[in-house]
Write a protein of this length. Sequence first.
Lengths: 151, 151
Amino acid sequence: MRLPIGVRPARPKEYLFVKMPNSIQRMTRQRRILLDVLDRKNWHPTAEEVYHIVRKQAPRISLGTVYRNLDILSRQGTITKIEEAGTQRRYDGNPTPHYHLKCLDCGEVWDVPDEAVTWQRPLDVAIPGFTITGHRLLFEGYCARCMEERQ
Amino acid sequence: MRLPIGVRPARPKEYLFVKMPNSIQRMTRQRRILLDVLDRKNWHPTAEEVYHIVRKQAPRISLGTVYRNLDILSRQGTITKIEEAGTQRRYDGNPTPHYHLKCLDCGEVWDVPDEAVTWQRPLDVAIPGFTITGHRLLFEGYCARCMEERQ
DNA sequence: CCCTTATATGATACACAGTGACAGGAAAGA
DNA sequence: TCTTTCCTGTCACTGTGTATCATATAAGGG
């Protein structure tokens, strides 16, 4: 579990020019379960998947509440939102920056271990007139299972 | 203009395990206009934006036709589909691999000139059990105009 | 421990981006 | 010009996520 019951999470860290969201004020039952469910390694569920799992513990939770909390938590920096236009968003309980790997066949997403990526300096970019605050890197390919199935 | 009228573009290049799309068979008026409109440097319109511009030359074109063609052309390799930047997909008339830059404030997307990116080894990744076919890299930050407006 | 109050929830309707189906239209080769 | 079959426009529809609002409840104070 990420946060002890009743403990307010840290306020959103200030970030250059980023409009800061409402942060968490209350640790509700639903929110606690949701955080607990998201706290697994190398798991990148869609909102729908989170919803189905959370319902085992909170059968009357609404999908809206799941979306609302996933949004709040990701904007607040507690979880990561993986956005790709045209597809379903995925969420990642791990808030520290890291890269992802996506199977082009089944759509599943995995973490890329830092040591698997080789570049000597962690990537330097300079574009005149632009203030760069970060980058997102997604690797694409085919997972072992999908490779097998297609042979 | 990318393709002379009446010239069929190259058939889709075969690619490991990728289901190949229907490729272009006919150079229709609508398709010609669309390709013409997309052929601008450093422009990354949404389907909606393309639609509005194409309609100046083909007022009765449907949004469905725009989507259909953007999809066919990108799968065929004539244009690039940008999925990682925001909620709406964007399209890029430039089919050669390159990176993009997105303003987190206005949502606009630009090309990153290759020489602006510095990494000593050209990015190497090895993940057991995974066949990597490519990667997508998106830089995020704030453009000059948005920086100014917020000061 | 109960009361108060603002935040969070559940229900529902809605918005948006993109897709599917299909009859009619028009490219391209004969 | 004719024929074939791919493509278009129309329109209904789906899936993902958002807005609204009455009700419920967490958290701090008395």
